[in-house]
Design a protein. Sequence first.
Length: 247
Amino acid sequence: MTRATFRFYAQLDRFLPRDQRGRAFNITCAERSTIKHMIEALGVPHTEVALVIANHEPAALERMVVEGDRIALYPKFESLDITDISVSAPRPPGAPRFVADSHLGGLARMLRMAGFDTLYDNQYADAAIAELANAEQRILLTRDRELLKRRAVAHGCFVHALKPAVQLQELYERLDLASAARPFTLCMDCNRPLRSIPKQEVLDQLPQRVRERHEHFLTCDQCRRVFWEGSHWRAMRQVLEGLSARQ
């Protein structure tokens, strides 16, 4: 058996029992345990760790824990670039794409509203969603820490907040989403691109007040819904502008 000291910083603390938060603590590790194995045994998904420091030197998650190790673990830094020494897999190029776990339907709709390609189906099985995220290089969003511990998951994010609007704010801050947002370009129901459509082509689908007050419309070619810049649209725009202004 091997004895080592671990210390988790910032939001990584939230995954630990209260008596292990905010301090260094000693644990006994099985022979030939890796850092990844030990942090996940403690309840911290590997996808949440951006930097490992073992005995004052950067280390990989696959490094074996040895007797007397002092290991510090950090999440992504908001204002410090650690790309060259991070243990996290590099984010796929281009705008972030997501797949949301079954209990994050509201967040999936809000991400689509912001223009982020987000797959969602409340029937996804754990193995299937992990493989989908890996195959399509999507960031897996979940509140199930065990799902993020699966070996197949390279890019994942544990969502701490409970309400969709606050969850969206959390992702904007953690993943720096503001610059990649393309609001109102995707259908919130289908995740398909929206396109402009002449008013004359949708007159029979519009309430009388909308016919009188609006001239510009969007439609989804899959669900055939029609959208316009009404009060709901303005409220959503205000939410997104507020998120962008924070960054």
